[in-house]
Ligand binder design. Structure first.
Ligand SMILES: [Zn+2]
Length: 453
C-alpha cells in the first residue's frame, strides 16, 4: 500500500491524500488551496495524480479546503463514486455553488482564476453516495470505509479505511478536522478507534484554546462595549458552523437578558442557506449539552435578527445608522459581503471587528488579526481604527489537548502517525509534544511525498 500527501501538508488548506492498493486508488478529500485570494493559483496546477486513474473518493467534511476541487477532479476525468455523509453532501452543494459565484465575481473584479464553472457542480454531485455515520461501506475491492463523528461542523467525520491487500490487512484513520470539546450545538468528537496508521490534523497542535465556556461572556462583553459607544460590530464568520454557533450564542444571551436587543444582520446568502440545513439535519446536532434548548425551539432565530438574502436587502444595512451587529462571510475576509462592511467600518474607532475563526497565513483576516494599521480593500487603502478582538474559544478546531486525546485513543497507539494541516512550526511543535506525552515519533510529510506502508 502507498500513501501520498498532495495537500494540506506545507499549509493548512488543500486537503488531498491518495491511498493506493493493489486493487485500486482511493482519494481522501479534494480541497482548494486558500490564500490571499479565495483561490490561489496553486489550484490551477495539475493534481499530481491522474484523475481518471482514481477509483473512488471519500470526503471528511464540507469545508471548502476539503471539497473545493471535487468538481475539478470530475471535470478532469474522475468517473467513480464520491462517498460522504448526508449533511456533508447537502452542505458541499451549497459551498461549491457559492464558490462558483465568488470565483466569477473575483475573476471580474480582480482577474482571479476560475477553477470550474456552474455546470461542473451538479456533474460532481451526481457521483456522490451519501453514507451515514457507522455504516461500513465497501468503496473498492478490499477497501471498506466508515465515517465517525468528528464534532467539527454539521456532518463532519473522521474516516476509518480498512484495507485488505495481497493477504495483508491494515487500518487507516484520516482525521479530517477534529472539533473543539463541549460545543453547544454539536455532539463531541467520537473516541478514535484503534488503527495502524493515523493521518492527523494539527491546525492548533501547538496551543490550547480558552474553554468554550468563556465564549458567551466574551461575546457579550465585546458587543456591549461596541454598542455602548454607538459602534457597529462586524463578525466575519464562516458560513458553515461558526455562524450557527454565533447565532446560537446571541439567542442565548438575548433570552437571558445579558445583552440589550440590537439589530443583528446575517448578511450572507450561504450562511442563511446553511442555517436552513442545520435545522433540516437537526438529528445530527447535539441535544445533550446543558445549554441546549428543546428540540422544537429554533436555535438560530430571534426577533432582532434580519437575514439579508438578496443584494438589495443587503444594501438596506448601509442605511441603518443604529448600533448593530453584522455577521457576514467570508470568515477569513478574503471575499464576500464582509469586505463591504469592513470598508465602511474598519476606520471607525467606535466600531469593532470580532474574529472567531482560524485566519490562514496571507489572508486579510490574518493581517487584521495581527494588528496591521492599514489594509487594502478592493484596491483602496483604509486605516484600521476599529477595535479588533479574537475569541479563540469559538474555534471549530480541537486544541493541543483535544488532539492529543484523539491521538491517544483507547491507549493502543497507531504504529505510524502522520501530521498534516499545520502551518510552519506547528506540526513540529505538536510532534515534539506527542513524543514527550505519548512516546510517539510522528512523521511530517512533504508535499507529494509517498510512503510505502
Ligand atoms: Zn474544516
Amino acid at each position: 500500500m502507498r500513501l501520498t500527501f498532495y495537500g494540506a501538508v506545507e499549509s493548512v488548506t488543500g486537503s488531498c491524500f491518495l491511498l493506493e492498493t493493489a486493487q485500486g486508488k482511493l482519494l481522501i478529500d479534494c480541497g482548494m488551496h486558500q490564500g490571499e485570494r479565495m483561490c490561489s493559483t496553486k489550484n490551477l496546477e495539475a493534481f499530481g495524480f491522474t484523475p481518471n486513474a482514481v477509483d473512488a473518493v471519500v470526503v471528511t467534511h464540507a469545508h471548502f479546503d476539503h471539497t473545493g476541487r471535487l468538481p475539478d477532479v470530475v471535470k478532469q476525468g474522475f468517473a467513480g463514486k464520491i462517498f460522504m455523509t448526508p449533511p456533508t453532501k447537502a452542505l458541499t452543494q451549497l459551498v461549491l455553488e457559492d464558490s462558483v459565484r465568488v470565483m466569477a465575481e473575483n475573476a471580474r473584479k480582480c482577474g482571479d482564476p476560475v477553477v470550474y464553472e456552474k455546470e461542473d457542480v451538479p456533474a460532481m454531485l451526481e457521483r456522490v453516495v451519501a453514507v451515514p455515520y457507522h455504516h461500513p461501506t465497501v468503496v473498492l475491492p478490499g477497501v471498506t470505509v466508515e465515517f465517525f463523528n468528528a464534532g467539527h461542523i454539521l456532518g463532519s467525520s473522521f474516516i476509518r479505511v480498512s484495507v485488505k491487500d495481497a493477504g495483508e490487512q491494515k487500518t487507516f484513520i484520516f482525521s479530517g478536522d477534529i472539533g473543539n470539546d463541549d460545543v453547544p450545538i454539536l455532539p463531541d468528537t467520537e473516541a478514535r478507534p484503534d488503527a495502524d496508521v493515523l493521518i492527523c490534523e494539527s491546525t492548533y497542535g501547538a496551543k490550547d484554546h480558552d474553554p468554550v465556556a468563556v465564549r458567551e461572556p466574551m461575546l457579550a462583553d465585546f458587543v456591549k462595549k461596541v454598542i455602548g459607544r454607538n459602534g457597529t460590530v462586524i463578525i466575519p464568520a464562516f458560513s458553515v458552523e461558526r455562524t450557527q454557533e454565533v447565532l446560537f450564542a446571541l439567542d442565548q444571551l438575548f433570552q437571558r437578558g445579558e445583552i440589550t436587543v440590537v439589530p443583528i444582520y446575517l448578511d450572507s446568502p450561504l450562511a442563511i442557506r446553511a442555517t436552513e440545513l442545520y435545522r433540516f439535519f437537526h438529528d445530527y446536532l447535539s441535544f445533550t449539552h446543558p445549554a441546549a434548548p428543546g428540540k422544537d425551539d429554533d436555535w438560530f432565530r430571534f426577533p432582532s435578527l434580519t437575514e439579508t438574502l438578496s443584494t438589495d436587502a443587503s444594501k438596506v444595512i448601509n442605511d441603518d445608522v443604529r448600533p448593530k451587529v453584522i455577521i457576514a462571510g467570508n470568515g477569513m475576509m478574503t471575499g464576500g459581503r464582509v469586505l463591504h462592511h469592513l470598508a465602511r467600518y474598519i476606520s471607525d474607532e467606535k466600531s469593532g471587528v470580532l474574529i472567531i475563526g482560524y485566519q490562514a497565513d496571507h489572508t486579510l483576516g490574518r493581517k487584521i488579526q495581527n494588528g496591521v494599521t492599514e489594509v487594502n480593500i478592493y484596491g483602496e487603502k483604509h486605516t484600521v481604527r476599529a477595535e479588533v478582538l479574537t475569541i479563540d474559544a469559538f474555534s471549530a478546531h480541537g486544541d493541543q489537548k483535544k488532539l492529543t486525546t484523539f491521538v491517544r485513543g483507547s491507549g493502543v497507539l497507531p504504529k505510524r502517525v502522520f501530521l498534516v494541516h499545520g502551518e510552519g512550526g506547528i506540526k513540529e511543535a505538536f510532534a515534539e509534544h506527542l513524543r514527550t506525552e505519548l512516546g510517539i515519533a510522528a512523521e511530517i510529510p512533504r508535499v507529494t511525498q509517498t510512503y510505502e506502508l
